[in-house]
Write a protein that binds this ligand. Structure first.
Ligand code: ASN
Ligand code: ZN
Length: 320
């Protein structure tokens, strides 16, 4: 708890600097034109230029490029989750095209959202074997949703929340396609994308942060699951991919307490929280408080669900 307080003081100063920002868009109204995705998948041809060569546009037959066809199918599944579960029309809520590039650069060990599109490396074949995996694809696309929902500044606690929300909808998109309840799901992000020689199962684990891999080449999964292990590094934009383990585990706990399909009530609570937060510098406790407001609105103020949500945040050391 001491770590949290110290960090909140630091954040208060940073937040003052952002106080002059224009208000973030919130509570996007349902789009009457909500219908279908507009996918545009490009082949990067192992070069750095984006977006590369268009190989499959919406409605086109399969390209024959395995990564491009995986990106196309998965983008459709992620679009469908946001549309059918949360009433959102694409990443911006207004039907923007889903632009992606596969085979980005050579031996590139990452995937990303660049503010306008997704890009996926092939991996170098040693550390990573692919990035075309549904939870990873949904993670990158969710960065676009976050950007168009008022945003979460990509450093320190707000940055870890940005990573957390991307992991939440990354996991939910996969669970929804596989038809898995919270208790059936593995809660891994990037299952099977590590190279064959790497000792690990995935990039991250929401169920057991810190246990996804332990390898001489890749190192050990650095994620904590409790505020006592909050990492104050300046690397990784202030540990955005590290400290996200803490809210990730709270989400996992909440979904496990409830049982059932996590993309239903838990997903709706997190989606509404992202829409209503209106604070790109939010701390973990700001975000947790907002999830409780969302839970009160969606399940009732004194509901068992709201009580279990409070319990989940407390268990990872976040005061609510
Ligand atoms: N794959 C990473 C992510 O989406 C890329 C990055 O560090 N921004 O978080
Ligand atoms: Zn990310």
């Amino acid at each position: 708890a001491r770590t949290l307080l110290r960090h909140d003081e630091q954040l208060r100063e940073e937040r003052a600097a952002w106080a002059s920002l224009p208000p973030a868009p919130q509570g996007i109204a349902p789009d009457p034109d909500l219908c279908c995705p507009d996918r545009r998948i490009h082949d990067g041809e192992f070069r750095a230029a984006l977006p590369g060569r268009l190989v499959r546009a919406e409605g086109d037959a399969p390209s024959g490029i395995a990564d491009a066809d995986l990106a196309y199918d998965s983008a459709g599944q992620v679009f469908a989750m946001f549309a059918e579960e949360y009433g959102r029309n694409s990443l911006d809520g207004r039907g923007m095209p889903l632009v992606a590039t596969v085979q980005h650069r050579r031996n590139y060990n990452n995937a990303f959202w660049d503010g306008q599109q997704m890009a996926y490396g092939t991996g170098d074949g040693k550390i990573f074997r692919t990035f075309l995996q549904l939870s990873v694809i949904a993670h990158e696309m969710t960065h676009g949703v976050i950007q168009h929902s008022g945003g979460l500044i990509y450093e320190n606690q707000s940055g870890a929340l940005n990573e957390h929300v991307a992991d939440v909808f990354g996991a939910l998109a996969e669970q929804r396609v596989l038809g898995q309840t919270a208790h059936q799901a593995d809660w891994l992000i990037g299952r099977g994308i590590l190279g064959a020689g790497i000792n690990g199962v995935a990039l991250r684990s929401m169920k057991a942060p810190g246990t996804a891999y332990a390898d001489d080449l890749l190192g050990t999964d650095p994620q904590p699951w409790h505020m006592d292990q909050f990492n104050t590094t300046t690397d990784d934009n202030g540990g955005v991919h590290i400290n996200s383990g803490i809210p990730n585990h709270a989400f996992y706990l909440f979904c496990s307490y409830l049982g059932g399909n996590a993309w239903e009530l838990p997903g709706r609570i997190w989606y509404r929280t992202l829409q209503d937060l209106n604070n790109p510098m939010a701390s973990f406790s700001d975000f947790a408080d907002q999830t409780l407001r969302s839970a009160a609105a969606l399940a009732g103020a004194g509901s068992q669900q709201a009580l279990l949500l409070r319990r989940a945040w407390k268990l990872v050391g976040i005061a609510v």
